[in-house]
Every structure is written in C-alpha cells, then in structure tokens.
Design a protein around this ligand. Structure first.
Ligand SMILES: Nc1ncnc2c1ncn2[C@@H]1O[C@H](COP(=O)(O)OP(=O)(O)O)[C@@H](O)[C@H]1O
Ligand SMILES: [Mg+2]
Length: 253
C-alpha cells in the first residue's frame, strides 16, 4: 500500500487520569484519505486515544497528557485552539446524540454558530450534508420533524451530517454502529468508505469483521499500549505479536 500524506503524527503520547496511566508511549502516523481502525478489548484506551486527536480530553479533570500530536505539521496541543481543532476534527459517538430539534436545525446548528444566517445558504449546506451522509432521500420531506423521532440508524447518519456541515477534515467515530441493527450498520460502513475520499476517518470498533471490511490500517491496543499497527489485511492475516493474534482469533476480549 502506498503511503499518502500524514494527517496526524502521534509522538510518545502518555496520558494519565490522576494516577492511572491510560496511554503508554503511543506513537503512530495516521494517513489522510484512509480509514484507520482502533481495536482492542474494553478498557484498553481506544476511546481515550481517539479523544486525544481532537482534545476532547481537555474537558476531563485531572488528565495529564505528555508527548505531542501534530496535525498537518501543526502541534494540536501547543499551536492550535481546541475549539478550532474540534471543527476540523469532528466526532460521532456510540449512542446517536441528535439535539432535540428538527432535522434541519441539527444540521444548520454548526453553520449558524459560524454566523451563516442566509436561508438559501443554510438550505444548501443542509442538503449537501444530508446527501453526503446518504440520508437526504429519506429525510428531504421531514426536515421540520424532530430528529428524536428518527430511527437509531437515521439518527446516526444525521449526526454524521451535522459533523459534515462545518467542513471538517477528519471524522472520529467511536463505535458508531454498536447500537445499530445490521442494515443500519452496513449503511454506516458504506458511508464511511465513501467519505474517505474527502476526509480522514478514525474509527474505534469492537467488531473485527468491521475493521477488516472497511479500514486501510488497524491499530491493536491492549492495557493502554499500542501493541501493533499495520495495514489491515496484513495485520489480520499475519499478526506479528502473539497478543494481537490471540485477540483477533477470539482468545480474549
Ligand atoms: N475520565 C476518566 N477518568 C478516569 N479513568 C478513566 C476516564 N476515562 C476512561 N478511564 C479509564 O481509562 C481506561 C481506558 O478507557 P477507555 O479509553 O474508555 O477504553 P476503551 O475505549 O478501550 O474501552 C479504562 O480503565 C477506564 O476506566
Ligand atoms: Mg471506548
């Protein structure tokens, strides 16, 4: 596999929650226009690592982060504002979390914060974002309806549309399909594979079939360490570390 541009260069990240050492010397390069999957058993630090990429951990008390993460060559902890970063690096969570507002107002929320007020312009952004999230056809006649009345799978695609509306560069997904049925799951997987043309995607998943279906590279985490990282097909076919092999063959986790 040829190597594209490095989007994130993660260097010697150590993260402590109080006295607890949750990430240990993590080093990795995440490439633009790829899907990078993070796998590993519960509690091994996948979500913690994902949140270091958009500084969501800034909101946690007693958290201490050492090392550096560069995005496009810029140190995100020292040379970037957290709010600006989080517009560039959007996030989608396990439980779809639409606002208790209409479909339209969910998607227009971010653009309005940026000061966009003209209806025609907002209409365009809402349509473009819903199309990109593969949900325009289902929702175009329900834009005024409450987002809370949608199915779980529709809510998750709406949350992806809401993220896309502010023109991010990266989309972080933390187990985005684990609350969804198989059909909704495959829609999100297909969507992620289409979005990587324009974005960089990092996805945490419990589901190894999902990682192998959709990702270009996979990182295996265990107890706060990144044990192995490589091209997905290679990592699943020929894991180098016996702990990776045990995990992917289902011996623990
Ligand atoms: N805010 C927090 N304060 C203290 N410990 C935390 C916090 N968030 C996560 N942890 C701990 O850090 C470890 C890694 O958690 P997490 O990143 O959520 O794992 P994963 O996503 O792989 O299941 C776990 O032991 C968890 O209990
Ligand atoms: Mg998690």
């Amino acid at each position: 596999m040829s190597e594209g541009n490095v989007k994130f260069d993660v260097r010697d990240i150590n993260l402590h929650y109080g006295a607890f050492h949750a990430l240990k010397d993590v080093n990795m390069k995440i490439y633009e226009h790829e899907i990078t999957a993070l796998i590993g058993p519960s509690g091994c630090g996948k979500s913690t690592f994902l949140k270091t990429l958009n500084r969501m951990n800034d909101f946690v008390n007693n958290v201490k982060i050492d090392g550096a993460i560069h995005m496009d060559g810029k140190d995100i902890y020292r040379d970037m504002d957290g709010i600006e970063l989080r517009y560039k690096v959007g996030m989608v969570f396990q439980q779809p979390n639409p606002f208790p507002k209409s479909v339209y107002d969910n998607v227009a929320y971010g653009p309005r914060i940026f000061g966009i007020r003209k209806k025609a312009q907002l209409d365009d952004i809402v349509e473009r974002s819903l199309r990109q999230a593969a949900i325009w056809d289902e929702l175009k006649d329900r834009l005024k309806k409450s987002a809370l009345d949608l199915s779980g799978g529709q809510q998750q695609r709406l949350c992806i549309a809401r993220t896309l509306a502010v023109n991010p560069e990266v989309i972080l997904m933390d187990e985005p399909t684990s609350a969804l049925d198989p059909i909704s799951t495959s829609k999100i997987e297909e969507l992620a594979m289409n979005l990587k043309k324009d974005y960089t995607i990092v996805i945490v998943t419990h589901n190894m079939q999902q990682a192998s279906r959709i990702s270009d590279r996979t990182a295996f985490f265990l107890l706060g360490e990144m044990i192995e990282y490589g091209e997905t097909q290679e990592l699943f076919a020929r894991p180098k570390d016996p702990r990776t092999e045990s995990y992917i063959t289902g011996r623990f986790g």
